[in-house]
Design a protein around this ligand. Structure first.
Ligand SMILES: *Cc1c(COP(=O)(O)O)cnc(C)c1O
Length: 400
C-alpha cells in the first residue's frame, strides 16, 4: 500500500514549485499586445529583474530556457576564433562550452573537480600567463546544479582584477538567481545569465541576460550575432515587440510579475536569501546526521561551499534510484536524479541524488522532505545516523 495520495511534492532543482498565486495570475484571457498595460508591466519586470541581480545594467528577456540564456549571451560576444576560459566545478559549464564551440570559439578549460569551488589563485595565475590578453571572457557558474557547489564570484573578480586582465566575467546564475546573494555591479560581473523556473518560481520558458556597459561595448564588435539573440533591439526597443523580437510571452509575464512581487515587495530579497540559507542548512544538518553512520554524505564536504538552492548527496554503494523510487511511489515525494560527475573518485549517477530547495519552499516542505527520505532509508534498510531529523529541526528552530 502506498501513502502517496495527498499533495505531491517535487523537490527538484528546477523546475521548482510554482506558487498557486503565480498560476492564478497566468489564468486570464490574452491581453492586447499593442496596449499600454502590457508595455508598462514589462518595464516594471525589467526593473525588478535589475533589482534581483543588483545591477543598473540592462535586463533582457528571452523566450526560452536556460540553454537559450547561454546561447543569447555567447551570440553577442563570440566571434569565430575567439578564446574563452571556462571554469568547471561540476558539469554545468560544459553545456555552455558546447554553445561557444559551435560559435567558433576556442576554449581553455580549468577543471576544479566536482567536490570543490573554483580556486581564484589558479585563475589569477592562468590569466597572468595570458600576457597578450587573448582571452575574451571567463565563463563560470555561481552554483553548479550537478555538484551543488557554490563558487565565490566576488573573489573570482578579485583574481581578475589582480591579474589586470580585461576579460569579461560571464556568470551562469540559473540555479541561484533569487536564492543566493548575487551582487552583479558590486562584484564586477559583466554578463549574468539566468532563467525563471528555479528561484523565480515561474514555469520554464523565460531566460534573462543582464549586461553592463563593458559587455555592451564588446557586443559592438560582434560579427555573427543574429536577430533573435541580438541584445540590441531588446536593450533599446524601438517598438514594444522589440523587447521580445516578436510576440511577447504574455502569460509568462503575468506569472513572473506575480513572483517578483512576492519576492521583492512582500517577502523582501534579503529575507528570501535568509530563508534559503536556513532551509539549506537544515538539509545539510540532516545529511551530516545521516552520514554519522552509513553511506550517505554531502557531495560538498565544506558546509561553507554548499549551495543554498540544491544539495547533492552521495549514497556510497546504495542505490539512490531505489531510494528515489520509494519516496516517489510510497510517499509522493519526487527527488532530483543524480547527474553524472566525472572523475575516478566519483560514484556513478545511480549512487547520487539531489534535493532542490529553491524558490517557494518553507520548513514543512523541507522538513517533510527530509523526514520522508529518513523513512525511505529505514524502509530500504540503508544504514543512517539516527539524529538527522533532530538536527534539521534544531536549525529551523534557531532560525536565521
Ligand atoms: C538548470 C540549469 C541550466 C539549464 O537550464 P535549462 O532551463 O534546463 O536549459 C544551466 N545552468 C545551471 C546552473 C542550471 O541550474
Amino acid at each position: 500500500m502506498s501513502l502517496a495520495n495527498g499533495r505531491p511534492f517535487l523537490a527538484l532543482p528546477g523546475p521548482s514549485v510554482i506558487p498557486d498565486r503565480v498560476l492564478q495570475a497566468m489564468h486570464q484571457p490574452a491581453p492586447d499586445i499593442y496596449g499600454d498595460a502590457l508595455a508598462e508591466r514589462t518595464i516594471q519586470i525589467k526593473k525588478d529583474l535589475q533589482t534581483v541581480a543588483r545591477t543598473d545594467g540592462d535586463a533582457l528577456i528571452y523566450i526560452g530556457n536556460g540553454h537559450a540564456g547561454w546561447e543569447a549571451a555567447l551570440n553577442n560576444i563570440v566571434n569565430p576564433g575567439d578564446r574563452l576560459l571556462a571554469l568547471e566545478t561540476g558539469r554545468f559549464t560544459r553545456g555552455w562550452i558546447d554553445v561557444a564551440e559551435r560559435l567558433g570559439a576556442r576554449i581553455d578549460t580549468m577543471d576544479f573537480g566536482t567536490a570543490n569551488p573554483l580556486d581564484p589563485d589558479r585563475v589569477d595565475n592562468f590569466l597572468r600567463a595570458d600576457t597578450n590578453h587573448t582571452i575574451k571572457a571567463v565563463l563560470v557558474v555561481q552554483v553548479d546544479t550537478a555538484s551543488s557547489v557554490r563558487n565565490d564570484i566576488k573573489n573570482l573578480r578579485r583574481a581578475l582584477d589582480a591579474s589586470n586582465h580585461p576579460a569579461l566575467l560571464m556568470v551562469d546564475c540559473i540555479a541561484s538567481f533569487g536564492c543566493e546573494r548575487f551582487d552583479m555591479d558590486d562584484w564586477g560581473v559583466d554578463v549574468t545569465v539566468s532563467a525563471c523556473q528555479k528561484g523565480l518560481m515561474t514555469p520554464p520558458g523565460l531566460a534573462f541576460n543582464h549586461i553592463n556597459d563593458k559587455a555592451w561595448a564588446v557586443r559592438q564588435h560582434a560579427t555573427q550575432v543574429t536577430g533573435y539573440w541580438d541584445w540590441a533591439p531588446r536593450r533599446d526597443p524601438e517598438a514594444f515587440f522589440m523587447n521580445f523580437y516578436g510576440t511577447a510571452p504574455t502569460h509568462h509575464l503575468f506569472g513572473l510579475a506575480e513572483a517578483l512581487t512576492m519576492i521583492l515587495r512582500e517577502e523582501g530579497l534579503e529575507t528570501v536569501f535568509k530563508r534559503h540559507a536556513v532551509l539549506a542548512k537544515a538539509v545539510s544538518a540532516a545529511v551530516d546526521g545521516w552520514a554519522t553512520n552509513g553511506p550517505l554524505h554531502c557531495n560538498i564536504a565544506d558546509p561553507s561551499h554548499r549551495s543554498h538552492a540544491v544539495t547533492t548527496i552521495q549514497t556510497g554503494n546504495c542505490d539512490a534510484d531505489a531510494l528515489r523510487h520509494w519516496c516517489e511511489t510510497q510517499a509522493g515525494l519526487t527527488l532530483g536524479v543524480g547527474l553524472s560527475l566525472e572523475g575516478p573518485s566519483n560514484p556513478p549517477k545511480s549512487n547520487l541524488f539531489r534535493i532542490g530547495h529553491m524558490g517557494h519552499v518553507n520548513p514543512p516542505m523541507i522538513l517533510g522532505t527530509l523526514a520522508t527520505i529518513d523513512a525511505g532509508l529505514k524502509a530500504l534498510g540503508i544504514a543512517h545516523g539516527q539524529d538527522a531529523l533532530a538536527r534539521a529541526s534544531r536549525v529551523v528552530a534557531d532560525g536565521p
